[in-house]
Design a protein around this ligand. Structure first.
Ligand code: C5P
Length: 219
C-alpha cells in the first residue's frame, strides 16, 4: 500500500488536531501538530524573558532549542515536557506574533519538511498544504463558524475542568485568525487544490470519514 502525506489546515479551533489524530490512528500514520511547535517556541521565549518583538533574539533562541513531539503527543523542549505549558492563554495570545516572523517560519518549515520526508504523516497547521507539503496527496481545509468553534473550545475546557469564558475565547479566536490570515509570510490560506470541509454541522467522526474517503481515492 502506498504511503501518502495528508495536510490539514484551517483556522483556530476548527477541530484539526482531533480529526488528524483519528485519521492518523486509522492509517497507522504519524500525526504532527505544527501548532505545538510554534507554541513551544512562544512558551520558551516568554519563559526566558526574551522580548517577543526582538525577532533576532527570537530566531537565535529557536536555533538554540530542540522541539520534539513523541507519538503520545507529549511535547519536549530540550527534554523538558511542555505539553501542558504550551496550552495556556498566555501562549495562545502571543503565538501569532512569533509565527509571523519570516525567519521563524523558514526554520519551522524546514524542520517540518524533514518530519514529513518519509510520508505516512498527517500534519496539521495553517500552511501545510501551501508551504510545508505542497505536494501532499490529500489536502483538506477545515472551516466552521467562529461561534461554533468558540462553543466547542468552551465545552472542551469545561469538560477538562479548566476555567473558561466563552466571550473571551471568541475574541481570542477572532484575533488569532485575523493575525494568521493577514501576515505577510505564508498566511492561513486554503491551497488551490485543497478540499474544503465545513464542519459546522458535522460530527468529528463524520469529518474523519470524509477525509478517509479522500485518502482512499489516492491509495
Ligand atoms: O494549531 P494551533 O492553534 O495550536 O496553532 C497556534 C498558532 O501557531 C496559530 O494561531 C498560528 O499563529 C501558528 N501556526 C502557524 N503555522 C502553522 C501552525 C500554527 O503559523 N503551520
Amino acid at each position: 500500500e502506498k504511503e501518502i502525506a495528508i495536510a490539514i489546515d484551517g483556522p483556530a479551533a476548527a477541530g484539526k488536531s482531533t480529526v488528524a489524530k483519528i485519521v492518523a490512528k486509522k492509517l497507522g500514520y504519524i500525526y504532527i501538530d505544527t501548532g505545538a511547535m510554534y507554541r513551544s517556541l512562544t512558551f520558551s521565549v516568554l519563559n526566558n524573558q526574551i522580548d517577543i518583538n526582538n525577532s533576532d533574539k527570537v530566531i537565535n533562541h529557536l536555533h538554540d532549542i530542540s522541539i520534539d513531539i513523541n507519538a503520545n503527543q507529549q511535547v519536549f523542549i530540550n527534554d523538558e515536557n511542555v505539553a501542558d505549558a504550551i496550552r495556556t492563554e498566555e501562549v495562545s495570545k502571543n503565538v501569532s506574533a512569533i509565527a509571523s516572523i519570516p525567519e521563524v517560519r523558514q526554520e519551522m518549515v524546514k524542520r517540518q519538511q524533514k518530519l514529513a520526508e518519509k510520508r505516512a504523516v498527517v500534519m496539521d497547521g495553517r500552511d501545510i498544504g501551501t508551504q510545508v507539503i505542497p505536494d501532499a496527496e490529500v489536502k483538506v481545509f477545515l472551516v466552521a463558524g467562529v461561534e461554533e468553534r468558540a462553543e466547542r473550545r468552551h465545552t472542551e475546557n469545561l469538560q477538562k475542568g479548566f476555567p473558561s469564558d466563552l466571550d473571551q475565547i471568541k475574541r481570542d479566536i477572532k484575533k488569532r485568525d485575523k493575525m494568521d490570515s493577514e501576515r505577510e509570510v505564508s498566511p492561513l490560506k486554503k491551497a488551490a487544490d485543497a478540499t474544503e470541509i465545513d464542519t459546522t454541522s458535522l460530527s468529528i467522526d463524520e469529518v474523519a470519514e470524509n477525509i478517509l474517503s479522500l485518502v482512499n481515492t489516492k491509495m
